[in-house]
Design a protein. Structure first.
Length: 72
């Protein structure tokens, strides 16, 4: 499944790159892209584990950019 989420309060491109790298390391993630300019997060992962992977991505991103919100 591939899904795109809107981001709120993503403050810098460097943080976006760090978040993208961290999400890509999550087990089961097929691809992940975070765009600072468009404030979007695109995630591709297996259907059966998608919700768990999204939850883990939110947790990982909060560690890097606490003010950023992934709109589900």
């Amino acid at each position: 499944m591939k899904k795109t989420f809107k981001l709120q309060d993503l403050d810098c491109a460097n943080c976006a790159a760090k978040m993208e790298q961290a999400v890509r390391k999550i087990e089961g993630v097929e691809s992940a892209q975070i765009s600072f300019l468009s404030q979007k997060f695109t995630l591709c992962a297996p259907d059966d584990a998608f919700d768990a992977i999204v939850a883990e991505a939110i947790r990982v991103c909060k560690k890097i950019e606490p003010d950023c919100v992934i709109v589900l």
